[in-house]
Design a protein around this ligand. Structure first.
Ligand SMILES: Nc1ncnc2c1ncn2[C@@H]1O[C@H](COP(=O)(O)OP(=O)(O)OP(=O)(O)O)[C@@H](O)[C@H]1O
Ligand SMILES: [Mg+2]
Length: 308
């Protein structure tokens, strides 16, 4: 399961986060009369793993869309790596070092596993993508057709790196490296998406429900993979409904409800926060959720529950 694939930041003790890598302030996104995100602050420091949880429709994915440039906030600001990325395009945000996966999984169905992952490395190409103004795209096309030694060497190095990234997923993807993505199982397509996101060597990885649709074994495996990435210093913002995962992985948990942040803090503190319990269960569930066994509730695809 362990690979030597280099991640951007050096491993840091999770209890000692350094400077904020991402700082979103007062994010607002309205859809007509509905305020999906209503003034949310969200930050993450290098080496941290922060989980964003909350009931269905709380605004988690919308917040990710705003941060990753897929959608523009009506109000608020987003700084990433010290630069203002508010309202920037997904390409610009990606170029700044932020990669994401999607709640409903997105792969290029007709591309092979290897090519799907190579797509993620595209922004790092140097030999085949000369930064020449105006003629840059034409030069890129010419180099791709002629394939001089520099381009071949870069491609070979990247293909080797793709193998290393795929080896993070054990034997799940490597034996299928040349198969088209459409032929993969659902869980494998989700793994390919994460591999593609990693190929850009992101400073920040956004994972939107990476275990959605996965069975218990696959979920446990994904937990180990995310723990492994975290252990090697990858900064991760995670949306997850499976609270046992959240409790095991998170340095910090942010809880959204109805577009608002209702709690933030250490996993155990948040789990026992009455406002959080009320958001999930209503007033009647407050006592029940203090049960520590709740954290080990079986993985499921159902919306998060604070008690089994
Ligand atoms: N493009 C859109 N147009 C209109 N309403 C939207 C749009 N995107 C999201 N919403 C609404 O905004 C609210 C928040 O949605 P969002 O997808 O962010 O929730 P979520 O917390 O990710 O929920 P889930 O856990 O079910 O994925 C929901 O009421 C949703 O219907
Ligand atoms: Mg969502």
């Amino acid at each position: 399961m362990t690979a030597s694939f280099p991640l951007p930041s050096s491993p840091l003790p999770s209890s000692e986060p350094t400077r904020p890598l991402l700082e979103a302030r007062g994010l607002v996104r309205r859809f007509g009369g509905l305020t999906a995100v209503g003034g949310v602050d969200l930050s993450i420091s290098e080496g941290e793993l922060v989980s964003v949880i909350g009931p269905n429709g709380a605004g988690k994915t919308t917040a990710f869309n705003l941060i990753s440039g897929l959608d523009r906030p009506d109000e608020g600001s987003i700084r990433f790596g010290g630069i203002d990325i508010t309202g920037k395009s997904p390409e610009a945000v990606h170029a700044a070092g932020l990669s994401r996966t999607f709640q409903h999984g997105r792969v290029f169905a007709n591309l092979s596993v290897a090519d799907n992952v190579l797509v993620g490395a595209h922004r790092r190409l140097k030999a085949v993508k000369p930064a020449w103004p105006v003629i840059g795209p034409l030069a890129e096309l010419a180099l791709a057709l002629i394939r001089p030694p520099s381009v071949k060497a870069e491609e070979a190095a990247l293909r080797e790196e793709v193998r290393e990234i795929l080896s993070i997923f054990g034997e799940r993807l490597l034996p299928r490296i040349d198969q088209p993505a459409y032929s993969l199982s659902y869980a494998n397509r989700r793994r390919v998406e994460i591999a593609r996101a990693l190929a850009s060597r992101p400073k920040l990885l956004l994972l939107d429900e990476p275990t959605a649709g996965m069975n218990q074994t696959e979920t446990a495996e994904m937990l180990e993979i995310i723990a492994d990435l975290k252990g090697r210093g990858q900064t991760i913002l995670l949306i997850e409904h499976k609270l046992d995962m959240v409790m095991r992985l998170s340095d910090r948990v942010v809880v959204l409800d109805d577009g608002k942040k209702i709690a933030e803090g250490a996993p155990l503190t948040v789990r026992n926060d009455p406002a959080v319990i009320e958001a999930y269960l209503g007033h009647g569930g407050v006592g029940a959720a203090a049960d520590p066994a709740a954290a080990a509730a079986p993985a499921s695809d159902q919306p998060a529950r604070l008690s089994a």
